[in-house]
Write a protein of this length. Sequence first.
Length: 175
Amino acid sequence: MRKISNDELGRKNVEEFRAAVKIPLVVVLDNVRSLHNVGSVFRTADAFLCESIFLCGITAVPPHREMEKTALGATESVAWKYFKSTLEAIDDLRKNGFEIIAIEQAEGGQELENYLPDPQKKYALVFGHEMYGVSEEVMGKVDHAISIAQHGTKHSLNISVCAGIVIHHISTKLK
């Protein structure tokens, strides 16, 4: 066995990425404060051909040197838009036919492993602040909540890890 070289992987360049058909998935960051987390989410959105990222509230916007440490250029390929509030972003998404899903432990929520998205629909996944999660005000506006089952002593995952797991799961089901 040998590792595959970067040349053999056949990765898209930025122009090819922008022209590629994306999965109908928008990632919404609700007041995410860590530039490294934001950069990691950009990189994950690039890896799975997400439509775009909505950066809301205190979430930093590109370009930013600290963000690039984890994004590795994905801020150039993935489309993004800034909203002063996450509620504004949700209103925009709803007008455009997106189903809004909070990634949060919530009453009436569903575990990710049991969630099957409809390939005919468009989805927006809302990820919240590192300490406080998705805000209560935003929770009142979402259509569903999904959580990742956890069995250890901690009750949450880092947002970049969580985003990787959820985006991978949803993207494989939408393809």
